[in-house]
Ligand binder design. Structure first.
Ligand code: GLC
Length: 804
């Protein structure tokens, strides 16, 4: 077990500043031998680096998308006084005390943030792995979110968090840390001021957020540089945007990847997969993707097929494709040691595997027993690995599922019962030519590198089609290559609860395309648990059901007709919402925003949202309050300031409001923000089965706007302008609601279609005098139908004061 902190008196801190020089966008501070570099990337993004011996390592930054100098020119001034240096950009200042090098940031109003308490520290050592640390002040009412994949609450104040990719023992609980991902990125928030931090260090590191000592937070690493980026908001939205500029954003996924995925360890034969697919279609439950777990391989040899279970994979995949199904295959990093196996032979020939400190190839046990592991930190190895995927792509595989890439290494051969799960020797050697280093330094990058190899391989080999990769492990920036699922959860109510803050915190850490195994991986879900999980899962960015071999099956119909009907209804809802969801992914790709958001993202000045781990926002408009306790039909819901509508009844609710929602098994409490414009499409068995006709726009009276993004959903033509955006605005005055449809912009032309406008929660008079208006007085729903000819159009009609 990692000792969380070694900060001791023997750590060294900076002394008095000797001199300072400005080199381009960097201010270099000289403290005798140690030096500090402060680099201005933008007016809101500042990088801080410490070189205890005065020399900044030339080593690359693995996660940051571009070199510091590639950011547009940054304008800043430096003021000097006898006490301090003040670096001033258009949005913030950084103050550097002359006597002990402590840094503090402040916004334009002079509010301090990210202020050093102890400042930068290091210990005296001759070895490469010197510890570095930095301790800063926690401001009054400041709270902390993000940190990648974690257990526990939404707000991480009072917790210690380790960054070390790990395959944890089964049954993780609120105290389990770390998990599979290492994403040293967080958001600090207090009323009126949010900032983000990326700790740019791949060694084992940790954050202590006021746990050992209240009032201060620390970041500390077991090697490498003290190197961090501060991303000023002041809103969480701006922090996400800044982190996106720094760490990259996800590329647009293919639309089919936003559909439902069905997986199971144990889909072991061709006929099982065919039956599974047929079941979805016969039962009219939407599904796009079936995942094949390790059973499809020949003796767990990656990039092969088990010819007994799958005698004709090409035929199988073609038939499934004809029925609208895609296949995603698992690919583990462990390559079976078998002299007759081509991938192993070729890997030895190209010297792609990791070597031990003594020079021999490192061996470890995983599914195929004795195995070796490719070194994905080397570009030529990534290319080699990516090309291996051809064996799968050639038979029609649509996506790659990377697993066990923390990497997990068993104590004993799988055939003898696994034992404890460890990893590669920390002194094993890795890295590109000229940058050789130990596994200890790049361990956290293993899954990240593997996902990158998979993504780039798909991109190279399939040309025009967007890759789809899913990974269990990753580092900051993994969103550029892959979707992430949260690993092996259990069929427990506690794990359904844990999924909510986990996914939202991933989103705040710049990784928006995330999901958990619906129903739980280990163990057997009850029908009730499965139904509740599906309700939440249907709104998760990545929506996949999965289960472990030897457990009961976790498919929508196995729990009887009531649960089946619930799964059908919620998956249909997801599919209808695809135009909305797809637009949220476009926003994520453009601006780094999360798809599934905690309420604090849109209500940062309402501290009542900071601890809301069990309510989620899908984009700006849809609020869900999932049910996560057995036997309950009611739960508390908090609606922040503003007008809200109950999704199911159209009831108008005036926030801020605490309410007791009624939620029988068929209902997950859902609310829509006033002013919301929610685009949706027809029911479908799989994404793009039918054209988007009619395009439905659900309007919830109030003031709001929405820009719909559209493109072909599968190619890279959008990079060449083949996309379109349409802006809709809704404006409410005392006696009118005006809905305006902007001109469609961009080269992509959707099919000719009808627009179905549904105005919710309006009184009877609203329908009067409008040609084509249909009014359903029971549901207080006005429906107007007209053709979409692409021209600007204004709809204007009277509505009564529904709050009366
Ligand atoms: C790991 C994965 C799980 C998969 C299993 C077999 O436990 O996390 O999803 O089913 O390996 O491949």
């Amino acid at each position: 077990m990692t000792e969380v902190s070694k900060l001791t008196e023997s750590f060294i801190t900076l002394g008095a500043l000797h001199s300072s020089t400005r080199a381009g966008r960097t201010l270099i501070l000289d403290y005798g031998s140690p030096r500090v570099a402060i680099t201005v990337l933008t007016d809101r993004i500042i990088r801080v680096r410490l070189a205890p011996d005065g020399a900044f390592a030339a080593r690359r930054s693995w996660a940051v998308v571009q070199a510091d100098d590639a950011f547009p020119e940054a304008v800043f001034e430096i003021e000097e006084s006898s006490y301090a240096l003040v670096l001033r950009t258009a949005s913030l200042t950084v103050r550097i005390e002359r006597d002990r090098g402590s840094l503090s940031f402040a916004d334009a109003q002079g509010q301090a943030f990210c202020t050093d308490e102890v400042g930068m520290q290091w210990n005296q050592t001759t070895s490469e792995s010197r510890r570095v640390a930095c301790t800063k002040r926690i401001e009054a009412d400041e709270h902390f979110f993000g940190f990648g994949e974690r257990t526990g609450p939404l707000d991480k104040l009072g917790r210690q968090l380790i960054n070390w990719t790990t395959d944890p023992a089964h049954g993780h609980g609120p105290g389990t840390d770390p998990l599979y991902q290492a994403i040293p990125v967080f958001l600090a928030l207090r009323t009126g001021l949010a900032y983000g931090v990326f700790f740019n260090n791949t060694w084992r590191s940790h954050f202590d957020i006021g746990a050992r000592r209240s009032g201060v937070w620390t970041m500390e690493a077991e090697g490498g540089e003290l190197d961090y980026y501060v991303v000023y908001g002041p809103t969480p939205e701006q922090v996400s945007e800044g982190l996106g500029a720094l760490l990259g954003t996800l590329p647009l996924p293919p639309r089919w990847a936003l559909g439902y995925h069905q997986s199971r360890w144990g889909h072991a034969t061709d006929s099982m997969v065919r039956d599974l697919a047929a079941e979805f279609r016969t039962r009219d439950i939407p599904c796009d993707v079936i995942h094949l777990d390790i059973d499809y391989m020949d003796g767990y040899r990656v990039f092969t097929w088990n010819s007994q279970g799958f005698p004709d994979p090409r035929g199988l995949l073609a038939d499934l494709r004809g029925d609208g199904f895609r296949i995603v295959t698992i690919v583990d990093p462990g390559v079976k040691v078998d002299p007759d196996y081509k991938v192993y032979q070729a890997g030895l020939e190209h010297d792609v595997f990791i070597h031990r400190a003594d020079g021999a190839v490192f061996h470890g046990y995983v599914w195929p027993d004795d195995a070796v592991f490719a070194d994905y930190t080397r570009p030529e190895v990534r290319e080699w690995w990516g090309n291996m995927q051809k064996a799968l792509l050639d038979v029609g595989v649509s996506g790659i599922w990377n697993d066990m890439n923390e990497p997990a290494v068993f104590e004993r051969p799988f055939s003898q019962g696994v034992g404890k799960v460890g990893t590669i020797d920390l002194d094993a050697m890795q890295g590109p030519e000229g940058e050789r280093t130990t596994h200890a330094e790049v361990h956290n990058l293993y899954g990240y590198g593997m996902a990158c190899a998979s993504y780039e391989g798909l991109r190279r080999q399939r040309g025009s089609e967007r890759p789809f990769v899913i990974t269990r492990s990753g580092f900051a920036g993994v969103q550029r290559w892959s979707t992430c699922w949260m690993g092996d959860n259990d069929s427990w109510w506690e794990h359904l609860e844990l999924a909510m803050p986990q996914l939202m915190n991933m989103g705040l850490s710049s990784v928006p395309f995330v999901g958990t195994d619906i129903g739980g991986f280990n163990g057997n879900a009850s029908g009730e648990l499965f139904a509740r999980w599906m309700q939440f899962g249907a709104l998760a960015p990545f929506c996949r059901g999965h289960s472990e071999i030897g457990t009961e099956r976790h498919e929508p119909w196995v729990f009887g007709p009531r649960v089946e009907a619930i799964c059908r209804e919620f998956l249909r809802l997801r599919y209808r919402l695809l135009p909305y969801l797809y637009t949220l992914f476009w926003e994520a790709a453009q601006r780094g925003s999360p798809v599934l958001r905690p309420l604090l993202y849109h209500y940062p000045d309402d501290p009542a949202t900071y601890q809301l781990h069990d309510q989620v926002l899908l984009g700006p408009s849809l609020l869900a309050a999932p049910m996560y306790h057995p036997g309950r039909e009611h739960r508390h819901v908090y609606l922040p300031e503003g007008v809200w509508y109950d999704w199911w009844t159209n009831e108008l609710l005036d926030g801020p409001l605490h309410l007791l929602a009624f939620a029988p098994l068929e209902r997950m409490p859902l609310y829509v923000r006033a002013g919301a414009i929610i685009p949706s499409g027809p029911d479908q068995h799989y994404a793009d089965e039918r054209p988007l006709d009619p395009l439905t726009l659900d309007l919830y009276p109030g003031n709001g706007a929405f820009t719909l993004y559209e493109d072909d959903g599968y190619s890279f033509e959008y990079e060449h302008g083949q996309f379109s955006t349409t802006s809709y605005t809704l404006h409410q005055t005392a006696d009118r609601l005006v809905f305006e449809i902007g001109v469609r912009e961009g080269a992509y032309v959707p099919t000719t279609r009808r627009l179905l406008i549904r105005v919710h929660a309006v009184g009877e008079q609203a329908a009067e005098g409008h040609p084509g208006a249909g009014y359903d007085s029971v549901h207080r729903l006005l429906t107007l139908e007209f053709d979409d000819d692409g021209h600007a159009r204004t709809l204007s009609f009277k509505i009564p004061d529904t709050t009366a």
